[in-house]
Design a protein around this ligand. Structure first.
Ligand code: PBG
Length: 319
């Protein structure tokens, strides 16, 4: 069948018809908001590249979480910005660490909120790399036990799921062995990306030397992402994540087709910053551009989206 019998415009005539046949939906059920916990009290420390996002002390994290819950956000991903750092990143698994304290407080104040945690050492090491060093390379196997210890401490403090983002080989297996009952959302295909710039400012995790290309993926590779995802599923991951999202929609699609577990995508800090900056200048309609971008991530195959836009999206979707 072709024109004139076929006219695709027929189903585009009214918003109700368009809604009836819409293939992809965006729902707060599928959205996760990142939060950054720092020491102290009454602290909300905004960051330049991430308008609306701040480091927050535990009491302020609780206030923010209550607002998020009120707006309809169902899940958060916690990062920690500790007081002190050391060579091994021992603040990561400190039972009195900043993420662990935030977890206890959130568990009590917002019982319905799902608490995910980022499991990585880079915010806790003085050199800013995602594992312990051997000379100036990150020692894979020595790091695994520390990651598992960190994940266990998060679960002991109340985490619902843990999200290893370090990109060491074998970390999902190591965490799975320590936590048979905890959902693992692995950052399976995490690229060495320029789009993490604003995050490193808020998380204070810029490497002191070198870069992360020795463990994060080469942006030129797609097939390798499928291998990463399959390996993580074999090691016991419940959800695999692709990160960043918008420059990697093809990777989301390939991973979606290669594995049967849910796929998450991380709409990272640089993606957020780019839209915010353009919107601030009046160059883009923020609401339309954000909803279109997140819908595109869903259309590519993501079941779950981690995004700094979550709070505004909640307002737009409810309002
Ligand atoms: C920690 C981590 C990073 C991000 C999430 N977890 C940064 C990095 O690997 O340098 C980036 C998130 C973002 O840019 O929004 N390893």
């Amino acid at each position: 069948m072709s024109f004139p019998a076929t006219r695709l415009r027929r189903l585009r005539r009214t918003e109700t018809l368009r809604a009836l046949v819409r293939e992809t939906s965006l729902s707060l059920d599928d959205v996760v908001m990142p939060l950054f916990a720092c020491p102290g009290e009454g602290i909300v420390r905004p960051v330049a590249g991430l308008p609306g996002i701040a480091q927050r002390s535990v009491d302020e994290i609780v206030r923010e979480a209550e607002q998020l819950v009120g707006a309809g956000v169902r899940a958060v991903l916690l990062f920690g910005v500790p007081e002190t750092k050391d060579a091994d990143g021992s603040g990561a698994w400190d039972e009195d660490g900043v993420v662990q304290r935030a977890l206890h407080a959130l568990r009590a104040a917002a019982p319905g909120l799902t608490l995910l945690t980022d499991v990585c050492l880079c915010e806790y090491t003085e050199h800013g790399h995602c594992g312990v060093l051997d000379g100036d390379t990150v020692a894979n196997d020595e790091t695994l036990e520390l990651l598992a210890r960190t994940a266990v401490s998060h679960v002991d403090a109340g985490a619902d799921a843990v999200c290893p983002s370090d990109m060491m080989d074998g970390r999902v297996g190591a965490i799975r062995a320590a936590l048979p009952d905890t959902p693992i959302v692995s950052y399976a295909a995490k690229y060495a990306s320029a789009f993490y710039g604003p995050f490193r400012e808020v998380a204070e995790s810029t490497p002191a030397f070198g870069d992360r290309r020795g463990y994060q993926m080469d942006p030129a590779n797609g097939r390798e992402a499928v291998r990463e995802a399959r390996i993580d599923v074999d090691e016991g991951a419940d959800v695999v994540m692709v990160k960043p999202a918008l420059p990697y929609l093809d990777v989301i699609r390939r991973v979606r087709e290669a594995v049967d577990v849910p796929v998450a995508a991380y709409n990272v800090s640089g993606e957020y910053a780019a839209l915010k900056a353009a919107a601030e200048r009046g160059w883009l309609d923020e609401r339309a551009a954000v909803l279109e971008s997140l819908t595109a991530i869903r259309r590519a195959g993501a079941d779950v989206i981690v995004t700094y836009h979550a709070k505004e999206v909640a307002r737009w979707l409810q309002g």
